[in-house]
Design a protein around this ligand. Structure first.
Ligand code: NDP
Length: 493
């Protein structure tokens, strides 16, 4: 009876408005039950050991690869993005799944650590144990790649996952869990719960969930964190960005323009690490803009990229374009570029740094471009953002580019390419400031979903050095002081 009264919601194709699928709005009880099942599954999954988990995850990878085309079609239908782009994000997710499966044991497995002079009679081991149930709250812009950055690493670390996909892409979320069950039929190690924001809130509030991996807006991350605070549940927050693209005086300008355009406009700009602000050194400003404007004229919404997936986002994009075109100088497009659900590319120069189009995340196919005296000024402007997710440097001088990249206040920087770090599974992904905290991907991403377990074992008693005892005498303390003075007492100036 209860199942018959469950409310449902539809996922729509944003390009056509057609219904792609209908899904239950899962209640607090349904989420509670899913977490209960996940707790049992987590114990089983932890118990089968790393070698078997690796085998199952590699099988899951093969199952996704087998169904790549069908999954890409579903991503295309729910997000509106071209099938080619959907394919690309799934391929990236597959490479992450592969890396997480193959490296989990090496990164997390038990190892001996040095004990130091004072602990010379001890042996010490460190390992990273599963947390239990991990809740993943995902976005709609890359509905396979982004949540898989948490799901694959959490599963490889030995946890069970309950995944709440965005209400815009529930079908993709359901399919990811169904495919997993082909490789792991015994227990619901990876479940998807569907619904609106409140379903995600139920997940965040459940005390049996040991970590929440959230991807979405900074504002919602704060709400999720507040819910998690109730149970002291830790969270990984992957929020938005306002990524800068710096073109130095010695950059390969055609390559920079090409990369800038793709970084800004692909996926209709709905990329957390998409290019939103461009800073170009004065010496190459005009030639770079010629390269950029020539190319941008050939890029069309509905052909090279899809519609804006979330209808409400159009208002933000429109507001930023209106503001930028009033305060800056239009290079390409303008307010008329917004023809819902599509937005054609918009490039605006000289927009004041304190305007919403430069400060707030637009999440649309728009960029602001500004001339700077030199690369240092470009870097200072790039860093003057509340966000700090990623960025790009174009320069032929490898040393200088590396200096700039290291000084950029972000979690990731690409040099002479855009977003390339996302395709390197060994590199951690995450931001600073309003872009969030914690890391997915790489060894840090595996450790994010595990708890360090430290064990020290006394191998023999140190004669005359029984320090942790009430029978300790003054001679033992004197001996300790002599030892510590020998080891640490010399000042080096
Ligand atoms: P949200 O941050 O609101 O949503 C992200 C996820 O959180 C979704 O699964 C959402 O579910 C869920 N959610 C919403 N409210 C709650 C809650 N109270 N408790 C738990 N989970 C919740 O992002 P939007 O999709 O609304 O997009 C808004 C903006 O976020 C965009 O304009 C963009 O700037 C930014 N964004 C950034 C992304 C990134 O990659 N960093 C990805 C997506 C968006 P539901 O969808 O059902 O509401």
């Amino acid at each position: 009876m209860a199942a018959m009264t469950t409310l449902t919601f539809d996922s729509l194709n944003p390009a056509t408005g057609q219904v792609v699928g209908s899904h239950p709005q899962q209640s607090a009880e349904a989420v509670h039950e899913a977490v209960g099942r996940a707790e049992e599954a987590a114990a089983w999954w932890a118990g089968i050991g790393p070698a078997e988990r690796r085998r199952r995850l590699l099988d899951y990878k093969a199952v996704i690869t087998r169904d790549l085309r069908e999954l890409a079609r579903l991503v295309h239908e729910e997000t509106g993005k071209p099938v080619g782009d959907a394919t690309l994000e799934i391929v990236l997710a597959i490479t992450h799944l592969d890396w997480a499966a193959k490296h989990a044991q090496k990164v997390l497995g038990r190892r001996r650590v040095a004990t130091g002079m004072i602990g010379m009679n001890l042996s010490a081991t460190l390992e990273y144990l599963p947390l239990g149930v991990v809740g993943v709250i995902g976005p709609w812009n890359y509905p396979v790649f982004t949540p898989m950055g948490s799901i694959a690493y959490a599963l490889a670390a030995g946890n069970a996952v309950v995944f709440k996909p965005s209400e815009l892409t529930p079908g993709v979320g359901v399919r990811l869990a169904e495919l997993f069950a082909e490789s792991v039929p015994e227990q619901p190690v990876f479940q998807t719960v569907t619904g609106l924001g409140e379903t995600g809130a139920f997940l965040a509030k459940d005390p049996r969930v040991k970590k929440i991996a959230f991807t979405g807006s900074t504002a919602t991350a704060k709400r999720v964190m507040a819910a998690c605070a109730e149970n002291l549940t830790p969270i990984v927050a992957e929020c938005g960005g306002k990524d800068a693209f710096i073109v130095d005086s010695d950059a390969d300008l055609p390559a920079a323009a090409e990369a800038c355009l793709w970084g800004a406009m692909s996926n209709a700009g709905q990329t957390c690490v998409g290019v939103e602000r461009v800073y170009v050194v004065d010496a190459v400003y005009e030639p770079f803009m010629r390269e950029l404007t020539e190319r941008v004229a050939r890029v069309k919404a509905g052909e090279h990229y899809g519609p804006i997936t979330m209808p409400g986002q159009l208002d933000i994009i429109r507001r930023h374009i209106d503001d930028a075109t009033k305060t800056g100088k239009i290079v390409t497009g303008g307010p008329e570029s917004v023809r819902a659900p599509y937005v054609d590319p918009v490039v605006v120069e000289d927009v004041p740094e304190d305007s919403p189009a430069v400060r707030e995340e637009t999440f649309g196919p728009t960029i602001t471009v500004r001339r700077t005296r030199d690369a240092q000024e470009a870097l200072n402007l790039a860093n003057a953002s509340a966000y700090g997710l990623a960025g790009t440097i174009f320069s032929r001088n490898a040393r200088r580019a590396m200096e700039l990249a290291r000084a950029m206040r972000t979690g990731m920087t690409a040099i002479n390419s855009v977003i390339s770090f996302a395709g390197v599974p060994a590199l951690p992904f995450g931001g600073v400031g309003d872009s969030g905290f914690g890391r997915i991907h790489g060894a840090d991403g595996l450790r994010e979903f595990a708890r360090p377990k430290a064990v020290s074992r006394q191998r023999f008693a140190l004669p005359g050095m029984n320090l942790t005892s009430f029978s300790r005498g003054q001679e033992e303390l004197d001996r300790l002081i002599r030892l510590v003075t020998f080891l640490h007492g010399r000042r080096k100036r």
